[in-house]
Design a protein around this ligand. Structure first.
Ligand SMILES: [Fe+2]
Ligand SMILES: [Fe+2]
Length: 491
């Protein structure tokens, strides 16, 4: 029997790859039968994994002593990551982009019973008078009338119509307060001439879905906004986090909990970047973008290799600002790409983690959060209820609108004529963000919303605008129980 080739085939069956030399070494040093039987109970990886010595040890060391597989293997598949090549954009691209957005969100709204008989705006205008009607439109204009009502101008692909929400329609009026331009919404009401008098405003929102829990006792951690290269980068705290996640500190009981972490999401702003804001130079310890990424990689490479890192960029990374931002640029972040356990996605992106054996996995929507500044400034209920201290309110607002940045100018974006990549087309199990530099965890319906903390102390800019970052905090979620805790690495 050619044991190395048998082992190589078995690994390939699990989407794991080894070099022939390493397979021979494994056969020489271990009981092959034990590895094969341990491997039989391991899930197939969704993406190819290169099995090196370190990863092999972390997966099979317990199995080789106990005769069964140890910790489960990370399993990540990319559901959505933007990879379109840059091209010249013209006005027609914007038109088709907004049309694609309208159609996507209309499809979501058409699932609502009140909107299933929706008519086009052209049809509503032709009928002149209708006691009951519903339609779906994009908000083109909004103002408060002198009588204290709201007036919306709605548009679909057939025309425009004015919708009036009177202040005595309490629910609709409250919803109207939160509406910003370019959202796609549903309305029900009566039509008189070329005006709809609204009974109800219907947001696309999240559907009722299962609050999933996975069969395996495995955990996931979330970080963002390290800002490596800044003089304010919290080196000691970040080093302490790495020691902790490697299971090198704490009691045996604590270590066994920590070692359950198999996924680490990094949601943008890995480095502080260059020329991001005026006079940033004075606040940089490392003034070369490649060296900033090199320094960042020095930290990330210390993380145990049985943890999969899932990384997207943010507005401080060396990328175009327009969203979707592509994956980190290899020209600058080559050292990050040399990490064997890292997966790179665009901002935003959706990945699925820990699927297998009849379990569908968790869909995780990653978005750095550049549009949050706009919604904190422009939505009254967010601004008056904590603003920058309440990223959970922004996240809920955007989930309800099923779009990461509905209003034109709330972020920079690339118009895509086939689809609007910022539409939240699938309700996620996790919606994770960064950018605000203050962690928050909260469930909205069946979605867990998590905002990463940061690893940078308060900047002069934050001081000036009154932001209160809370650095060095790491939310951890156990996927079997969905219990969440936040571990602090700063005093
Ligand atoms: Fe940041
Ligand atoms: Fe940011």
């Amino acid at each position: 029997m050619n044991e190395p080739s048998e082992l190589i085939s078995a690994f390939i069956g699990k989407n794991m790859f080894v070099t022939p030399g390493f397979a021979e070494k494994v056969c020489r040093e271990n009981e092959t039968g034990t590895i094969l039987s341990a491997l039989a109970s391991v899930q197939r990886c969704a993406t190819p994994v290169l099995l090196n010595e370190e990863l092999f040890k972390s997966m099979f060391s317990a199995a080789l002593s106990a005769g069964k597989a140890s910790a489960c293997i990370p399993c990540v598949s990319i559901v959505e990551s933007y990879s379109e090549l840059p091209q010249k954009r013209e006005v027609a691209h914007f038109v088709r982009h907004y049309r694609a957005r309208y159609e996507s969100i209309k499809n979501v709204l058409m699932n609502r019973p009140d909107l299933q008989g929706s008519v086009s705006i052209k049809r509503a205008l032709e009928r002149k008078t209708m006691d009951r009607l519903s339609l779906i439109g994009m908000v083109l204009d909004k103002y408060e009338t002198k009588n204290g009502n709201f007036s919306l101008l709605l548009e679909d692909t057939t025309g425009t119509i004015r919708a009036v929400i009177k202040s005595d329609k309490k629910n609709a009026f409250t919803t109207a307060k939160e509406i910003t331009m370019d959202e796609v919404i549903g309305v029900t009401g009566s039509c008189n001439g070329n005006v709809i008098f609204v009974n109800d405003l219907i947001l696309p929102d999240l559907p009722i879905m299962e609050f999933k829990k996975c069969p395996e006792d495995v955990s996931v951690a979330f970080i963002s906004d390290m800002h490596v290269g800044s003089k304010m980068f919290l080196k000691d705290e970040f080093a302490k986090f790495i020691t902790w996640i490697n299971g090198d500190i704490g009691s045996e009981e604590q270590k066994s909990e920590i070692l359950k972490i198999k996924y680490l999401f990094i949601i943008g702003d890995l480095v502080d970047g260059i020329g991001i804001y005026p006079e940033q130079d004075n606040e940089l310890e490392i003034k070369d973008i490649i060296q900033q990424y090199d320094e960042c990689a020095k930290y990330l490479t210390q993380i145990r290799k049985d943890i999969t890192l899932i990384i997207c960029g943010g507005n401080h990374d060396a990328l175009r600002l327009s969203e979707p931002q592509p994956v980190l640029d290899k020209r600058y972040a080559q050292s990050i790409y040399s990490l064997p356990n890292a997966i790179f996605v665009s901002n935003p992106a959706t990945v699925n983690i820990h699927a297998g054996k009849g379990f569908p996995g968790f869909n995780v929507l990653m978005y750095h959060g550049y549009s949050f500044d706009y919604y904190i400034a422009n939505v009254e209920s967010i601004r008056l209820n904590g603003g920058y201290d309440r990223s959970d309110l922004v996240m809920k607002h955007l989930l309800q609108k099923r779009h990461l940045s509905p209003t034109h100018s709330s972020t920079l974006y690339i118009p895509d004529e086939k689809r609007d990549p910022l539409v939240i087309s699938k309700a996620p199990d996790f919606f994770i963000t960064g950018h605000i530099h203050k962690t928050s965890v909260c469930n909205y319906k069946s979605t867990t919303m998590i905002s990463g903390s940061c690893w940078q102390s308060k900047t002069a800019f934050q001081e000036k605008v009154g932001h209160n970052p809370e650095p060095a905090r790491v939310p951890i979620v156990n996927l079997k129980t969905r219990d969440i805790r936040i571990v602090k690495f700063a005093a």
